[in-house]
Design a protein around this ligand. Structure first.
Ligand code: V47
Length: 361
């Protein structure tokens, strides 16, 4: 492999990886330009195994998308709908409680709750939702509301982000999922999601949460109109934020699905780009412990291979995912524990069930 790394011009990066020296943005761009996928995978796997050994994590979780009504209507999204438009929905708190009750006999440890940016659901709706989920299932960890939703909920409440997070935590919020980050670049946000929170605002909400002791995840939506440089800038901004707070638990590259979106002429990502992005994120984000290969978006086969390209987490059982499926994903709605463990074992890794905060179950 050393010979190959020399031939591919990646030897200097290999030396940095061995000596645990932080990679520069230029290294990230260079890694994207390589055609030698096994060499890139080898580098990422060194870091993956240093941080997480042979383990591959998964979680027994449940997704609830409480409403798709959205005022942002981002061009890459097939899920969001204008209020009153065909297909728009919002769940009552009772309907959300029913979703929790439906799974009460299953060993679900986390409920992942996200929705659109709804114009007029009141502050109490969000607080009641959390309290009701906790009343139904007190031991469950609620990972809810992206940084974009948190900023919106704070706006509705007329409170600061800090005060809002205090109220949400008192009502049952456990941690914050990584959505809404997209690509931080202003160029991309102006073109694809001009109404949305800016990249720096997203980072500010995440850092505020971290300072209040609330952990969160981070995502990057790739494979639409962004450049490789913009992807690396995104990773670098996350790395700087993590240096400040240490609050990000995992990074999840999200492969863009063009179906039913305003970008439906964009081709879906290929397996090579998916694996490169997993590997490069593992190499660039030296201070974020976990890299998640989200099987719903990657498909189980690529997600399985990603476990040898830097990823150490497959997410979980999921159940009833809407955001990717409305954008044409042909993956299943759910995976059983047995299916996930089988995928992991076949990849030569040790399956480890975790809770949201990566405690081993
Ligand atoms: O923020 C929207 C993305 C995100 C599309 O924190 C799309 O563990 C692909 O963030 N094609 C929501 N992606 C999902 C998300 C997530 C998922 C799983 C685990 C975690 C975690 C977070 O989905 C949105 C947006 O970036 N998205 N439309 C689409 N057409």
């Amino acid at each position: 492999m050393e010979q190959t790394l020399k031939k591919t011009g990646l030897y200097e990066i290999y030396e940095k990886v061995l000596s645990e020296t932080r990679l520069d943005p230029e290294d990230g761009i260079k890694l994207y330009s390589t055609d030698n996928l096994p060499a890139l995978g080898h580098l990422a796997n060194l870091v993956r195994e240093r941080l997480n050994g042979n383990r591959a994590f998964y979680i027994y979780n449940q997704h609830i998308n409480y409403s798709n009504v959205c005022i942002n209507l981002c061009r890459f999204c097939a899920f969001g709908k204008g209020k009153g438009k065909a297909g728009a929905y919002e769940m009552t708190v009772d309907e959300i409680a029913e979703k929790i009750r439906e799974r009460k006999d299953e060993p679900v440890t986390e409920v992942h709750i996200v929705g659109g940016i709804h114009p007029d659901l009141p502050y109490d709706y969000y607080l009641d939702m959390l309290k009701t989920v906790k009343a139904e299932r007190p031991e469950i960890h609620i990972q809810a509301f992206t940084c974009v939703e948190i900023a919106h909920i704070a706006h509705i409440a007329g409170k600061s982000i800090d005060e809002t997070l205090q109220d949400l935590t008192a009502a049952g919020l456990g941690s914050i999922p990584g959505g809404g980050a997209e690509v931080f670049s202003t160029r991309i946000r102006e073109k694809l999601c001009p109404e949305k929170l800016s990249g720096s605002e997203w980072l500010e909400v995440a850092k505020t949460a971290h300072r209040a002791g609330i952990r969160s995840n981070a995502t990057m939506l790739y494979g639409h109109i962004e450049t490789v440089e913009e992807r690396i800038e995104h990773m670098t901004a996350l790395r700087e934020a993590q240096d400040e707070t240490g609050g990000f638990m995992c990074f999840i590259p999200l492969a863009f699905h063009p179906g039913n979106t305003n970008l439906d002429r964009v081709s879906p990502t290929g397996g090579v780009d998916d694996l490169k992005t997993i590997a490069i994120s593992r190499l660039m984000l030296d201070n974020i412990r976990h890299i998640k290969a989200y099987w719903v978006m990657l498909g189980p086969k690529v997600a399985q291979i990603a476990l040898s390209f830097g990823a150490d987490d497959l997410d979980g059982t999921v159940m009833e995912e809407k955001i990717t499926h409305m954008a044409g994903a042909d993956t299943a709605q759910a995976m059983s524990r047995e299916e996930i463990e089988h995928l992991i074992r076949q990849a030569g890794r040790e399956p480890v069930e975790r809770d949201t905060l990566y405690n081993i179950i």
